[in-house]
Design a protein around this ligand. Structure first.
Ligand code: NDP
Ligand code: 8X3
Length: 251
């Protein structure tokens, strides 16, 4: 049966790759993001392939707008089966005692509170229907801090705690919760982290074959296609020459 999959931050990187992979899987897509023009381009791209797709423009930090958009969903789009909490970012790599307050607030508001907003808005419907799957995009950064990772790592540790907490809260239902924890994935992630310093961003992936968004999307689709009694609770996905958040062997 076709599932309705809602993906946040679908305009780039892992979120966009998830959109393409769930589309190939035959699912219906609700794609959300902040960049209306980019959403419209992706909408056209998928429509041309015969995919049923709906786009919603909102910032996950804006709970009221998110709620409004979800409340206005046409009836046939309301029964969301899969929520992919992907929207997120890192800003800066300074020592904790030198970090920028605004960067910290943006990361905490997006990666933690934004994910919570979406969970709070979408999961009650899943509970009422006794059906659903939440995929949170955590990170290897949530397993252990690395130099300069401080606040970003803390937000991804929070994603692990929130995934574990939600899994406990829905354990009496068929709803499944998956925390996907990628390592180095080459996307816009580092360009954003370094505030548009693209040369510095490119260096993050030098001397190693990084993961791609598709590598992560494959696992997301696998988790949702697993038999109903199988809950892929957590997956750490690393590039082959990456052993942890801080051990990366470059050639
Ligand atoms: P990208 O920068 O390519 O994509 C991030 C996406 O999140 C964009 O669509 C961006 O939209 C969106 N986004 C950011 N802030 C908001 C917001 N406030 N509201 C709505 N959308 C928002 O990076 P990735 O694809 O790599 O990142 C996706 C997720 O994967 C993040 O949660 C990240 O932490 C996580 N991750 C990434 C890894 C990596 O190495 N790349 C590894 C582990 C985890 P916009 O274009 O409008 O900013
Ligand atoms: C993104 C991966 O290792 O750059 O979460 O933090 S890392």
């Amino acid at each position: 049966m076709k599932k309705i999959v809602l993906i946040t931050g679908a305009t780039s990187g892992i979120g966009y790759a998830c959109a393409m992979k769930f589309a190939e899987n035959g699912d219906k897509l609700i794609l959300t993001g902040r960049n209306e023009q980019r959403l419209s381009t992706i909408h056209q791209e998928l429509k041309a392939k015969g995919v049923e797709v709906l786009t919603l423009t909102f910032d996950v930090r804006d709970r009221d707008k998110a709620q409004l958009c979800l409340n206005e969903l046409p009836k046939e789009w309301q029964n969301i089966d899969v929520l992919v909490n992907n929207a997120g970012l890192a800003l800066g790599l300074e020592p904790e005692y030198e970090g920028r307050f605004e960067d910290w607030e943006t990361m905490i508001d997006t990666n933690i509170k934004g994910l919570l907003n979406m969970t709070r808005l979408v999961v009650p419907g899943m509970v009422a229907r006794n059906r659903g799957h939440i995929i949170n995009i955590g990170s290897v950064a949530g397993d252990a801090a690395y130099a300069g990772g401080n606040v970003y790592c803390a937000t991804k540790a929070a994603v692990k705690a929130l995934s574990d907490g939600l899994r406990i809260d829905v354990a009496n239902t068929p709803i499944r919760v998956t925390n996907l924890k990628p390592g180095l994935v080459e996307t816009n992630f580092s360009n954003t982290r370094f505030h548009g310093d693209n040369e510095r961003a490119a260096n993050v992936y030098k001397g190693i074959t990084p993961l791609t968004g598709d590598d992560i999307a494959d696992v997301a689709v696998y988790a949702t296609n697993a038999p109903a009694h199988v809950q892929i609770a957590e997956v750490l996905i690393l590039a082959t020459h990456q052993a942890s958040g801080s051990v990366i062997v470059r050639n």
